[in-house]
Write a protein that binds this ligand. Structure first.
Ligand code: ZN
Length: 104
């Protein structure tokens, strides 16, 4: 599976979850609605896992404070990766200035 396959699937699945959540909210409260709610929760967890896999394939940083893991996002102003869930920071590895890989 390549990146575009996974991204397409994740996006489609998220849209589906939104629609199903709207449909679920239209149901009367009761046992049946609780059942649907639980299944939707499971589906959301699966999507989070697919998201984490996508992030890993893209080489993004993952934080292990939760499972499925959260993606650590780059904050340009702080020059660091930050976990949106726990706030953990991970600085960019220091690249040796002595080596220029782009030079021929
Ligand atoms: Zn975290």
């Amino acid at each position: 599976m390549n990146y575009l396959d996974i991204k397409g699937w994740v996006d489609a699945a998220k849209d589906t979850i939104s629609l199903l959540t709207a449909a679920k909210n239209a149901l009367p409260k009761g046992e049946h609605r609780d059942d649907v709610e639980e299944k939707l929760h499971q589906a959301e967890e699966s999507i989070k896992r697919a998201d984490a896999r996508l992030a890993k394939e893209l080489g993004l940083k993952l934080c292990d404070c939760e499972f499925p893991p959260n993606v650590m996002l780059w904050r340009e102003t702080e020059q660091t990766h930050v976990c949106p869930h726990c706030g953990r920071r991970r600085n960019k590895p220091i690249v040796s200035r002595g080596v220029n890989y782009h030079q021929r």
